[in-house]
Design a protein around this ligand. Structure first.
Ligand SMILES: *[C@@H]1O[C@H](CO)[C@@H](O)[C@H](O)[C@H]1NC(C)=O
Ligand SMILES: *[C@@H]1O[C@H](CO)[C@@H](O)[C@H](O)[C@H]1NC(C)=O
Length: 188
């Protein structure tokens, strides 16, 4: 009897451990690698609007994945220009076009961009008790950076919604707080 009980207990314990490992595997998004910063060619790095230039020698973590999406997916909102000559680099990946910063458009981290599956689809972004619907037009590349395509910016985090100024305005964020904000988003 004693042996049976402890065997059952042992079995339950193993099941518990295995299932919690499986669960965290599904939930977690682990780094895919690291890349080293290097100096952008002179005049190549746009430092306006908090564009973060590469720092020589600094290591940046890269990701292929993003945290799983739910009705209230936690993310960090950043500011980007989608206009020609803006800090977004080349034209948007979804349609190969530039977009007016007066329209609510966003770039999503690589995992959420999901190989263009959210291209030209809309997401609802909520913060400050307000929400705005924005169209996904570009990828915020979590796998690569430091080239002309990425305006010599470091790779994106894996939880970024990189938004035009129209999004910041619609959320009623005071101008002096633009640049970084905790938000939630969901597919619209
Ligand atoms: C920086 O932001 C301001 C205000 O939104 C905008 O007028 C300007 O074009 C932006 N500059 C770049 C390079 O994106
Ligand atoms: C996203 O919203 C825009 C602007 O409201 C609309 O034109 C577009 O059709 C929407 N896209 C989808 C896939 O629903």
């Amino acid at each position: 009897m004693k042996s049976f009980c402890s065997k059952t207990y042992f079995f339950l314990l193993i099941t518990l451990i295995l299932s919690s490992m499986y669960y965290s595997e599904a939930q977690q998004c682990r780094p895919s690698g690291r890349i080293q910063g290097k100096q952008a060619p002179p005049g190549q790095c746009n430092t306006e609007n908090d564009s973060d230039c590469w720092v020589q020698g600094k290591m940046y973590t890269t990701y292929e994945c993003s945290p799983s999406v739910s009705t209230y997916t936690n993310a960090y909102l950043t500011l980007n220009s989608f206009e020609k000559g803006g800090d977004g680099g080349g034209p948007s990946e979804c349609d190969n076009e530039y977009h007016s910063d007066d329209t609510p458009v966003v770039a999503l981290s690589t995992g959420w961009f999901d190989k263009k599956s959210r291209c030209l689809h809309n997401i609802t972004i909520s913060a400050n008790g307000k929400s705005v619907v924005a169209m996904v037009v570009d990828e915020c590349d979590s796998r690569m950076g430091c080239d002309a395509d990425h305006d010599y910016q470091p790779p994106c985090g894996n939880n970024i919604v990189d938004a035009s100024k129209a999004v910041w305005e619609a959320l009623g964020v005071p101008l002096n707080q633009w640049g970084g904000l905790d938000i939630t988003w969901s597919d619209a």
